[in-house]
Design a protein. Structure first.
Length: 207
């Protein structure tokens, strides 16, 4: 029989191995310098000969000879059975997911029943197509009349006179030369004599 000093009580947190369970032992101790209470957790692998332990069970383990590389303890007794669900969480909520999917399918079917048939939806664009085709045909004659009106307006405008257009640059050149001479302090050039005369005045002829 194992001595009291080598007995410990803990909770089973793993039983996937054959004839071996993982036991977690929690204990509290005070820090030797600061005096604060600390929680210390240790895990031990214990030998379970009959595979009787389940998750959540409170068991008492005793130290024994080395049974494997990491196993130095064995299960003495099961103090209390744990209340752990044997069904996985995904199995618990499976019916809820199925009900949700069924409700979604029913809602989609109701919407499809209320929607108009596809034939009626396709007939509406076909009815609107002739009206859209007639509108561009009515705009084409108006667009064709605009170039004719522009051509008539260009033909009726009077052409500028060639003589007046040529005389204006000459007068502008003479005025510019007179202004330059006045700025330089010289008298402007006298007007050239008429082309048909000899250049003498009437007084000179009389004398």
């Amino acid at each position: 029989m194992a001595s009291e000093e080598k007995l410990q009580t803990g909770r089973v947190i793993g039983n996937k191995m054959d004839k071996t369970v993982v036991v977690r032992i929690d204990r509290h101790k005070r820090h030797r310098l600061y005096g604060k209470t600390m929680s210390v957790t240790r895990r031990y692998k214990a030998h379970d000969e009959k595979n009787e332990c389940n998750l959540g069970d409170i068991v008492k383990i005793a130290e024994t000879r080395p049974l494997s590389r990491e196993k130095r303890w064995r299960v003495v007794e099961i103090v209390m059975k744990g209340d752990v669900a044997e069904v996985a969480p995904r199995d618990i909520g499976a019916h809820i997911i199925e009900d949700t999917l069924a409700a979604a399918k029913a809602e989609d079917a109701a919407r499809a029943a209320l929607a108009p048939p596809p034939a009626a939806v396709e007939a509406e664009p076909e009815a609107a197509a002739p009206a859209l085709a007639s509108a561009p045909a009515a705009e084409e004659p108006a667009a064709a009349e605009e170039p004719d009106m522009v051509a008539d307006a260009a033909a009726t405008e009077p052409a500028p006179e060639a003589g007046s257009a040529a005389a204006e640059p000459e007068m502008g050149a003479e005025a510019a030369s007179d202004e330059a001479a006045a700025a330089a302090g010289q008298e402007p050039d006298a007007a050239p004599p008429p082309a048909g005369g000899s250049g003498a005045t009437q007084d000179e002829v009389g004398s």
